[in-house]
Design a protein around this ligand. Structure first.
Ligand code: PLP
Length: 414
């Protein structure tokens, strides 16, 4: 038996995290516990479990052994205080904000958000009396000015999609620490193997595990990764719990109230698939991002393409901050501009190999015209404010041989 898993590398830890309890049959792969409820020997044992004095599972809307195993693995590789797995990335985002925000709170964030997150903030949260304050997160002084005693979080996406804007996360964290506000980051576009959120001062990490983790777009999922690093005493919503639970207040609020009441826990089948996905994520990420880097360099010289946008390109203004945070690749997504919306449509229609589809980080390469699809129902005014261009194509790069991808793009441009 290994004594201290923490001393091993990421790739080893992700494979060798032990089960919470030994399996009755020594199954090497975590069984899928397809059960809604759990039986108890005595009424006393039942009381202990239901009142939180023992850790037995009671009902699978709240906890389940297969899902817990997936959470334990993520906890192991991230060094988190607690991890909660939900049934989509949006469930992770909404559950987290229902734990932090209340009537009168405000959230400081940028306009460049994933479409549903934007809608969740400006429609759903706003209707419960939560104010959303937009600013440019690449200007930390502006962020500092917007924070006040009612700010419940500064929220960012570590590389915005599809604008590919990269803020300096450590600089934002320093401001958040100074002001006693949690820094909440959606890290979906660069997974744990390449971005160590905790080291950059992120307090709560939110992930759509539908993307890299699921491993081939098998299922939807979301993760709330809580590092226990902000002081909850300052937040009106968590103040009372913080007096008893200290830095565990967010976790207690989430696990004993919000996620039970909203009922969006991950299912065991999904946790099984996503645990397998997690095991191969690091090799898939390396291959996909190398493919992406090769393509952006090759396409930079193609005459029909006006601009290629990817943080790790020498001329990109986010090169330094991105390399410092994410290393020599920055996710497997890039965009390029053609001369018109019509040219974009014709390009998409001519693709033979690359799939016309939404989603990110499938094993297969996907192409989409964000302005007419993800942002198709937004007004021109909002779309322009969000820097969504009619001339832009987004590519999510997969695991194919990169030459085949290049040739498909070139033939579709001609
Ligand atoms: C896909 C995505 C989400 C939402 O995740 P779902 O699993 O589709 O609910 C949130 N943020 C980012 C950056 C995403 O790419």
């Amino acid at each position: 038996m290994i004594n201290d898993l923490n001393e091993l590398s990421f790739d080893t830890q992700v494979l060798h995290t032990p089960y919470a309890k030994p399996d009755a049959y020594n199954a090497l792969s975590m069984p899928i516990y397809n059960t809604a409820a759990y039986e108890f020997e005595t009424a006393e044992a039942m009381e202990a479990a239901f009142t939180g004095r023992s850790t037995h599972h009671t009902y699978s809307r709240i906890t389940n052994p297969t899902v817990q195993y997936f959470e334990d693995r993520v906890c192991q590789i991230t060094g988190a205080l607690s991890v909660t797995a939900l049934n989509s990335g949006m469930a992770a985002i909404s559950n987290a904000f229902f734990c932090l925000a209340q009537q009168g709170s405000n959230i400081v964030t940028s306009k460049y958000l994933f479409g549903n997150t934007y809608s969740f903030f400006v429609s759903t949260m706003a209707s419960y009396g939560v104010e959303v304050r937009f600013c440019d997160l690449t200007q930390p002084t502006l962020v500092e000015q917007l924070i006040d005693e009612n700010t419940c979080a500064v929220f960012l996406e570590i590389i915005t999609n599809p604008q590919l804007i990269v803020a300096d996360i450590a600089a934002l964290s320093a401001i958040c620490k100074l002001k006693n506000v949690p820094l909440v980051a959606d890290t979906t576009v660069v997974p744990f193997c390449a971005f160590r959120a905790k080291n950059f001062g992120v307090d709560i990490e939110l992930v759509s595990s539908t993307k890299y983790i699921s491993g081939g777009a098998t299922s939807l999922g979301g993760l709330i990764v809580d590092y226990g690093t902000f002081n909850p005493l300052q937040l009106p919503k968590l103040k009372v719990l913080a007096q008893s639970f200290g830095n565990k207040a967010f976790m207690v609020k989430l696990r004993s109230e919000i996620h039970r009441n909203l009922g969006a826990y991950m299912t065991p089948q999904v946790a099984y698939m996503q645990t397998l996905g997690l095991e191969t994520m690091s090799v898939r990420y390396q291959k996909a991002t190398q493919n992406c880097l090769t393509l952006v360099h090759q396409l930079a010289d193609v005459k029909q393409i006006q601009t290629v946008n990817y943080p790790i390109l020498a001329q990109n203004k986010f090169f330094d901050v991105s390399a410092n945070q994410f290393g020599l690749t920055a996710g497997a997504m890039f965009t390029f501009n053609l001369d018109s919306r019509q040219t974009c449509f014709s390009f998409l229609n001519k693709l033979k190999l690359i799939k016309r589809a939404t989603n990110l980080f499938d094993n297969k390469t996907l192409a989409i015209h964000p302005a007419s699809t993800i942002y198709g129902n937004f007004s021109d005014e909002v779309r322009n404010a969000m820097l969504i261009s009619q001339q832009s194509i987004r590519i999510s790069v997969g695991l194919e041989a990169v030459d085949d991808l290049y040739h498909d793009i070139i033939q579709a441009l001609n």
